[in-house]
Design a protein around this ligand. Structure first.
Ligand code: NAD
Ligand code: TYD
Length: 359
């Protein structure tokens, strides 16, 4: 088993990255240090890590750096003797990638390339001393394209990305694999399904819907609402990542999934019912807010993943069932109004206005 001492987490102020930092420090016996490199885009929020900074100042370090900044990243590797990279940093929202793909190309492709170049240099130095080194790349099931009513994505399914977001992630996956095959850089990759849980920026389906239900605003459902996503509790994704960085086979890809497919409309109905119970209201009152709006361009119909490799080879299993996970998530959003208010700054409000209001 590999035990790393200085883990560089990129994008650690975002949704999954911050959950991963909480998970490592609070729910595992991890003894090392974490260096969180984040550009703090609209999606990066240091409030996600406030108690970690307060409690673990001697083992947690935040560096406000763009992954495209080669000198900055080089200095991080040098100053912190990085032996593992867990690369979350990305532009992550499909709708934004349709409106403006450039940042997706810059961060997801060029930023990953930049990290790989610096990692390769330091790995070559370390390699001489025989120490473990790993570059773990976080990716998505969206690189595989869209499924019909049946079938699953496997690790060897051909890539077929459809949105600028998924195309940029596919490109970064290929680069990471190329650095393994060409230079021997020790890498692993995980392709995960849709995550849900605390600290998710309220532009993605679950936090948008929870917020709108509570505030009795329209619930914008794209198209016919029958698109299917496979939902995974974010902490279960984090436990999968830890298993892969500790025990995954170098050069390999692992699919991570919730084995939990829902149409968007069914899921929104469940959210209405759960929140109605908490608020002592009639669920029908919330369901009347459901509003079918113009579909997303190129909207992928169905994602579903087979993650037998992760389960059989590495012994991973999920710890939270969907109903519990939804309860925890709804609870978190209801109890963290200040977190929501804090991110609702000017630029966020402009974005919401342009894209979600009055549709
Ligand atoms: P997020 O948008 O919540 O967070 C992204 C983080 O990256 C933010 O903190 C942001 O400030 C940072 N960042 C963006 N550009 C940067 C740059 N140039 N330099 C440094 N930092 C930068 O995203 P997320 O949902 O936490 O996703 C994390 C990773 O997981 C992404 O790579 C995404 O593709 C992948 N993924 C997400 C999901 C999901 O359901 N959210 C599913 C599968 C895979
Ligand atoms: P999203 O959370 O953006 O994740 P992704 O597109 O990466 O899967 O969207 C999940 C699904 O929910 C997707 O089919 C689009 C749909 N959706 C809506 O119907 N309404 C919304 O307001 C949002 C944000 C998403």
């Amino acid at each position: 088993m590999r035990n790393f001492k200085n883990i560089l987490v990129t994008g650690g102020a975002g949704f999954i990255g911050s959950n991963f930092i909480h998970y490592l420090f609070e729910k595992t016996s991890f003894k090392g240090n974490i260096i969180n490199v984040d550009k703090l885009t609209y999606a990066g929020n240091l409030n996600n890590l406030k108690n970690i900074e307060d409690k673990l100042g001697n083992r947690y370090f935040f560096e406000h750096i763009d992954i495209c900044d080669k000198e900055g990243i080089d200095k991080i590797f040098q100053d912190h003797s990085i032996d593992c990279v867990v690369h979350f940093a990305a532009e992550s929202h499909v709708d934004r990638s349709i409106l403006g793909p450039k940042e997706f190309i810059d961060t997801n492709i060029l930023g990953t390339f930049n990290l790989l170049e610096v990692a390769r240099k330091y790995w070559l130095n370390d390699n001489k001393s025989g120490k473990d080194f790993l570059f773990h790349h976080i990716s998505t099931d969206e690189v595989f394209g869209s499924l019909g009513e049946t079938g699953y994505f496997y690790e060897d399914t051909a890539y077929d990305p459809r949105s600028p977001y998924s195309a940029s992630k596919a490109s970064s996956d290929h680069l990471v694999k190329a650095y393994y095959h060409t230079y021997g850089l020790p890498i692993t990759i995980s392709n995960s399904t849709n995550n849900y849980g605390a600290y998710q920026f309220p532009e993605k389906l679950l936090p948008v819907m929870i917020g709108n239900i509570v505030n009795e605003k329209k619930l914008p459902v794209y198209g016919d609402g029958k698109n299917i996503r496979d939902w995974l509790f974010v902490e279960d994704h984090c436990s999968a990542i830890l298993k892969i960085i500790q025990k995954g086979t170098i050069g390999e890809t692992y699919n991570v999934g919730g084995e939990n497919e829902w149409t968007n409309i069914d899921l929104i109905n469940v959210l209405c019912e759960k929140i109605a119970k908490i608020k002592n209201k009639n669920a029908e009152h919330y369901k009347e807010l459901i509003t079918f709006v113009k579909d997303r361009s190129g909207h992928d119909r169905r994602y579903a993943i087979n993650c037998d490799k992760l389960k059989n080879e590495l012994g991973w299993k999920q710890s939270v069932n969907f109903s519990e996970g939804l309860d925890l998530t709804i609870d978190w959003y209801l109890n963290n109004q200040k977190w929501i208010d804090d991110i609702k700054n000017e630029s966020y409000r402009d974005w919401i206005k342009a894209n979600y209001e009055n549709r």
